[in-house]
Design a protein. Sequence first.
Length: 297
Amino acid sequence: MAEIIQKDGTWVFDGDALRLTPGRDKNVSLLRRELGELLVPLAALAGISFEQGKKSGRLRLRLRDGADPLLHAAGGRLTEPHDPYQLLVESDRYGVAEYFVDEVRNALLLDQVPSGPVDAYLLPGPSVPLSVSAGDGIAHFDGEQVRLEWKWQAEDAKSAAGPRTLPLADIVAVEWQPSAGLENGHLRFTVRAAPGKVPPKYDPNAVELWGFKRDPLMALVAAAVQARLPHPAARAALEEARAADETPAPAPAPAPAAEDDHDALLRRLRELGDLHRSGVLTDEEFSLAKQAVLRRM
């Protein structure tokens, strides 16, 4: 077992998973404290690094694409203070940090963990129920529906409509955007049958963020919802199947090319079957995708 304890937090590696616990130091961000302890399976890791500085260094974990709903929801926009996969290391603990990196890297090599993307979330996302007040509203999520309530600062277009309840089944996508410079941020939900996007300031399905301390906590709401939406890999497979179904039948091809295409379609059927058995595709999505492939055959 490898362990490193710092004011910024404690990381423990037992050979199968890393346990990341945020520190209690006043400099630890509110987002990390609210997110709490994370258990990251070795299979979710793409790599680990340690960067030395004159006064302090930094341990960094790199997760495989699609493994964590928080990273997917944040879209690479979590800055260093809020990133739970970074740890500030004091200079007198550089040796421990380097040992920690070696232990994790050796385990990745021994287990032959691939560094490529995954087709299902390997972390559960923030726990629910979850409630965050920031910007012009308050977002609640209980695992089944999102409820948006408006503060007095909200525009009349939102306040007049009253609280907004969005069942999870109606949510197609969720987007978190932090404020940057003079541009405000937002937490926005894309809902089925909703009209085109309007500015978050007036959008009843969005909370506008103004760059205050609690704004990053809205990323937790986005991640909790994202964890319960179809995984991006499943969505991509379904869109590919739908596109194939809508594509006009190609002209007859020479025999060798037809054989190659036939083999590719058989491989596609096996891939869809794997996604269905693993729970990534629902019965309805699997049936639709399979029918599209069979028609092409």
